[in-house]
Design a binder for this molecule. Structure first.
Ligand code: ACM
Length: 273
């Protein structure tokens, strides 16, 4: 059964410094050998927007923007895959997105479904279906940061066959990394959370990010993890057989034992009150 070597990059981009941030991210990525390298959410732009004009100035086309060009160039030269978060502009709308890039260029885009706080002012909610993408023989799903609070997203991707979920992040809740151990365990997949570190101080607010990026195994253990403040890339081998074995015991199967006929409330619109 194949192994996928997965890495995250954790760092501290400077708001609005697209080219420098991309250079820094790729320099950190170059320190590790991996088949798949994941960088944080909104890596090239930074996170704390203060005006719609700033969003418009920093948002990028998913095929021709600075992030797509820089990452596609690196993926081609290094013959490997990348996932990176970016501010996307498409048909006049802005999205908080992540792109999957392989040696042949941009392969897929995911638009964050669950926007957090002021992101709701700056971005439209994601409008693309959850999907599975090939990275070698691995099946990869994409989510972004605050999606961690919605277990349905990870479950849906796991049911669709994901071996690995890439999770570019700018996490602010201190318990997110711990919760991600459970998100991962309950689906028996690998997850890779590439998080930001440092504090962004801008007219739009001051936001401290929590670092502690990690790769989590299907058993719910962090098998690679960074500290809260390090600027670092770390890689680890992931045995995909572990993610494909959904047997909890000889006779208890994680997915076959589900009772979806009782879970209707999960997909119904909630009635308030
Ligand atoms: C977040 O979703 N960036 C908190």
């Amino acid at each position: 059964m194949p192994t996928l070597r997965i890495a995250f990059v954790q760092g501290r981009p400077e708001f609005g410094r697209t080219e420098e941030n991309l250079e820094k991210g790729l320099a950190l990525a170059a320190t590790v050998e991996a088949d798949l390298v994941v960088l944080p959410e909104l890596w090239a732009s930074g996170y704390v927007f203060s005006t719609h004009a700033e969003v418009a100035a920093l948002a990028e086309d998913a095929r021709t923007g600075a992030t797509a060009r820089a990452i596609a160039w690196a993926a081609k030269r290094e013959k490997r895959h990348y996932v990176v978060g970016f501010a996307e502009v498409a048909r006049g709308r802005h999205y908080n997105s992540a792109m999957l890039v392989g040696p042949g260029g941009v392969k897929a885009v995911y638009r964050k479904l669950h926007l957090f706080e002021r992101e709701q002012e700056w971005f439209s909610p994601g409008n693309l279906p959850l999907a599975i993408h090939r990275v070698g023989s691995a099946k990869l799903g994409l989510l972004v940061c605050f999606d961690w609070r919605f277990p349905e997203t990870f479950r849906a991707l796991a049911l669709m066959g994901a071996d690995v979920v890439a999770h570019p992040s700018n996490l602010v809740f201190k318990n997110a990394q711990t919760a991600m151990l459970t998100r991962t365990l309950e689906n028996r997949i690998f997850t890779v959370t590439a998080n930001r570190t440092g504090t962004e101080r801008r007219p739009g607010g001051t936001v401290p990010f929590t670092g502690r990026s990690q790769v989590v195994s299907p058993g719910g253990e962090a098998i690679a993890k960074a500290g809260a403040t390090a600027e670092i890339a770390l890689a680890v081998d992931c045995d995909l057989a572990q993610a494909r074995d959904k047997s909890l015991t000889g006779i208890t199967h994680l997915f076959d034992n589900r009772r979806p006929e009782f879970y209707g409330a999960l997909v119904a619109k909630r009635r308030r009150g």
